[in-house]
Design a protein around this ligand. Structure first.
Ligand code: G6P
Length: 607
């Protein structure tokens, strides 16, 4: 959430800061701002909206080699220019950019107001420049260190002093910060994405560490002032500036990338001849796998839905009790962590604060937790230490598509390993591996002929309410389809287990209400057909995602969207595709910003 960038070096800072902000805009796009230190004064510009809005109004700034910038996802205070970062102290000498939430904001604000400080914004962040000013006695580092001792909450901050154009100060507590060590220049950012244009040599700050950043690099210290011998790492991920490759939007490009991204999630992992698989990042021998008594998948949003599918697969194939849990709830309900349980933290970005909080809670209680993460080197991946990279490639559109299918594919590989050392014979293991191996081809086949998506969009775009239904493996897909439509088109909708529909949501249905039914041919199809009849009897219009050639289901549908046949556990990798396309095209029809929907952010680093 929120992108932070700071630069110090021999080159003009402003274009480098703007470039960094563009690379991090997916973290939040409510407003953007910059501050430079020039001739003993601060030069500050900020605008509501996108980085492009800022650059359009920027004019030429001073050509100095020090400054910082911010792209905001609002927490405290509305989307106004005054609330945009950087925030400055009353003397306009100290500029701060912040990612996170200051929890004792009210107390600190009252104390500062009692000291005579007049606040300009509604933000929690504005506390910081005033508090740093209060502690400033000429030493910028000491002032920041003293100030943050009073601050409770999560923060990644960068501080610029007009009087000290040779140093930047940064502190991390709960919100990621990475320092890029270039030649004669140093860059600080909340995301490696913004550092790679300068260097691949980085130091990740840890919680309660402070960095004194100069052109020579960064001195990292604890908040108590002890020097920290930080490890310099080399970024080896794919950090190319993403391109739409001819598609009008990243979301559509990412939907169409799924044959390749799912292939990457499986590549080198399936051992079809042995009916088995291998996940190098897990460090689990068959004996370790045999001792697993429970699997718990944690995640938020789309990642939670992927975790649901994976948990169902574990129960169904490996016969090991498994469940998925929403990460933001898990941490605060004093969870039971059993020694024989394995936890997986599902996260595309690897930065989601709620999921990271759950990881810490598990680790504090002595549990084993592994990441199911897309972004290499992200906080969750590093905190877990081991896990599964899903290798879907950079996902830029805020609404997750290819990461969802890759997370499922990667965890089906894990499921095969878990099942193979228990109850799957060689032949059964071979059949599962072959089924998975065939999925990328089937995704490609579907995307070449996606069916009458336009007809579905026509029913949905004008609807007051849309119900997504599915049973078994299709229930999490229904949840995901509804989430996508909410995120992209802002249409009220919900996903429900089809059998539960008669216990409430059926009251919402009236003549012409669109119901999206996910019903691939499996052991529950007959029950699903009964639910379809109930829906039709209320005058609802049925949009059915079903198996190719299933005339019985197709015959009930007002709009029929066939997908290639697959086994039940792999069906979500196919049935999710039309729902992604429906959300995308409905969003377009309603003139939404499909890649950057309102109020959302790609990386949610606040609780
Ligand atoms: C945000 C995004 C969702 C995403 C969720 C979890 O809410 O808008 O699309 O599913 O975060 O993100 P993660 O990076 O942990 O998968």
């Amino acid at each position: 959430m929120c992108g932070i960038i700071a630069y110090i070096g021999p080159h003009p800072a402003l274009p480098r800061i703007i470039e960094g902000l563009k690379r991090m805009e997916y973290r939040g796009y409510d407003s953007a701002g910059v501050a430079l230190a020039s001739e003993g004064r601060l030069w500050v510009r900020k605008e509501v909206g996108r980085v492009s809005e800022l650059t359009r109004r920027l004019g030429g700034g001073p050509e100095v080699g020090i400054g910082l910038g911010h792209t905001r996802w609002a927490t405290h205070g509305g989307l106004t220019q005054v609330n945009a970062h950087p925030h400055v102290d009353a003397s306009q000498q100290i500029a701060v950019v912040h990612n996170g939430i200051i929890e004792n904001n009210n107390i600190l604000r009252s104390q500062l107001e009692a000291d005579g400080v007049a606040f300009r914004s509604e933000t929690d962040t504005e506390i910081l420049p005033h508090l740093i000013r209060k502690h400033y006695r000429g030493d910028p580092v000491q002032a920041v260190r003293d100030a943050v001792q009073h601050v409770q909450g999560t923060y990644g901050i960068a501080v610029l002093f007009a009087e000290h154009p040779d140093v930047l100060v940064a502190v991390r507590n709960g919100s990621p910060l990475v320092v890029g060590l270039g030649r004669g220049e140093t860059v600080l950012a909340s995301d490696p994405q913004a550092v790679v244009a300068h260097t691949r040599q980085v130091v990740y700050l840890q919680d309660r560490e402070l960095a004194v950043i100069t052109t020579d690099g960064a001195d990292v210290q604890t908040l108590a002032g002890q020097v920290v011998d930080s490890e310099v790492e080399v970024l080896d991920g794919d950090y190319q500036l993403a391109s739409k490759e001819g598609f009008p939007h990243f979301m559509l490009k990412e939907i169409h990338e799924q044959p390749r991204s799912v292939r990457r999630a499986l590549r080198g992992r399936l051992q079809v001849d042995d009916g088995n698989a291998k996940l190098g990042g897990l460090n689990m021998t068959p004996r370790d796998l045999l001792s697993v008594q429970r699997v718990i998948n944690l995640g938020c949003g789309t990642s939670y839905h992927a975790g649901m599918v994976a948990a169902m697969a574990v129960e169904s194939l490996a016969r090991v009790p498994a469940r998925a849990e929403i990460a933001s709830e898990f941490r605060y309900r004093h969870p039971i962590i059993q020694r024989e349980a394995v936890f997986f933290a599902f996260s595309q970005s690897g930065e989601t604060a709620d999921t990271l909080g759950a990881v810490s809670e598990i680790q504090i209680k002595g549990g084993e937790v592994m990441g199911v993460v897309n972004v290499v080197g992200s906080t969750i991946a590093r905190t877990c230490g081991q896990g599964v990279y899903v290798h879907s490639g950079p996902e830029i559109a805020v609404a997750s598509t290819k990461a969802f299918t890759s997370q499922i594919a990667a965890q089906l590989v894990f499921t095969l390993m878990l099942a193979r050392c228990r109850n799957l014979s060689l032949e059964q293991g071979q059949a599962v591996a072959a089924a998975l191996d065939g999925i990328p081809g089937k995704i490609s086949q579907y995307l070449q002929e996606p069916g009458p998506i336009d007809a579905a969009v026509e029913l949905i775009a004008s609807a007051r309410y849309v119900l997504f239904l599915g049973r078994g493996f299709s229930y999490p897909v229904a949840l995901e389809g509804a989430l996508k439509l909410k995120e992209i088109a802002y249409i009220p909708c919900e996903g429900y287990p089809a059998g539960e529909m008669k216990h409430g949501p059926i009251a919402m249905l009236d003549d012409g209400a669109p119901v999206v039914f996910i019903a691939p041919r499996d052991s529950q199809t007959e029950k699903a057909i009964s639910n379809m009849m109930e829906v039709k009897a209320r005058g609802a219009r049925l949009i059915c995602v079903h198996t190719q050639g299933d005339d019985e289901v197709a015959g009930l549908a007002d709009v029929s969207l066939p997908v290639p046949r697959s086994t039940d556990f792999a069906s979500p990798l196919l049935t999710a595709l039309p729902l992604q396309l429906i959300a995308y095209h409905t969003g377009l029809a309603l003139q939404r910003d499909v890649d950057k929907p309102r109020n959302l952010a790609k990386s949610v680093t606040v609780e």
